[in-house]
Design a protein around this ligand. Sequence first.
Ligand code: SF4
Length: 335
Amino acid sequence: MTVTEVATTSTGAPPVDSDWADEVRELARRRDAVLLAHNYQLPAIQDIADHTGDSLALSRIAAESDASTIVFCGVHFMAETAKILAPDKTVLIPDAAAGCSLADSISADELRAWKAEHPGAVVVSYVNTTAAVKAETDVCCTSSNAVEVVESIPSDREVLFLPDQFLGAHVRRVTGRENMHVWAGECHVHAGINGSVLTAQVEANPGAELFVHPECGCATSALYLAGTGAVPEERVKILSTGGMLDAARTSSAKSVLVATEVGMLHQLRRAAPEIDFRAVNDRASCRFMKMITPEKLLRSLRDGTDEVHVDPELAARGRAAVQRMIEIGQPGGAE
Ligand code: SF4
């Protein structure tokens, strides 16, 4: 497909043509900017970016890049994480209003109150959190190393795990840990990929492999279906978005059902064009991610908007929690 076809079919927005692409590249060059796009971004944004990936991989690229400006096409907490890891660089997000229902499910005040109820507990936060919440966190985790992070904590210490209840349930099931409290947060997109949707898709696509992101509400259902034999266990893979791409490159499956945000299909199809990838729920689209449009990217590069600022003291505390995460196990990818 051409860039024009991708942009018009997926968004209904005005066509994105080669003039747009040329202008984006020229403005990025003049601004000494590197363009980063999350896997859930619109295809046109993914295609123009210097790097696509999950939030952690992109933040690491931001920190290591020689560019003085980072343009982060994703949601706000991701751009904040990039700023935490690259405090001396200018970090721009094309629309600062691009939030995240999961990150917004717990505030720093709520976390402080929760900590007060459990003195001495170790706070483990998934990376989908604001900088203010990261500053109250002992160690962050990704979906790839959440189990290892929790297992690294002495068994007699209570654990407060946040904000995602489905990832928390997955970790508690795997570790068997009873002194782990899980915050009841959820992502509206992943919660929509539920057991009944999954069961219907599995029945309609016999023979398909199943890639499940652990933040999905359906992760429990997928494991349950595997346990009953409805889906052979070896066909169910619980993977981060980065892990999905690795699995796609080595899979011999003819078709794969994908349980995560639909933007991920673009990268998967590029990684393994011979596989028929289908969304478990084709309405699982993150409206916040789709707030980053080609027009806003152009404006961001032209006007230097919207700049992301993180209080240096908060950033230092958040950075310590993120660095502890990187030291444990295989952090792999985040959302
Ligand atoms: S898909 Fe969910 S967790 Fe991801 S950015 Fe959107 S609201 Fe947040």
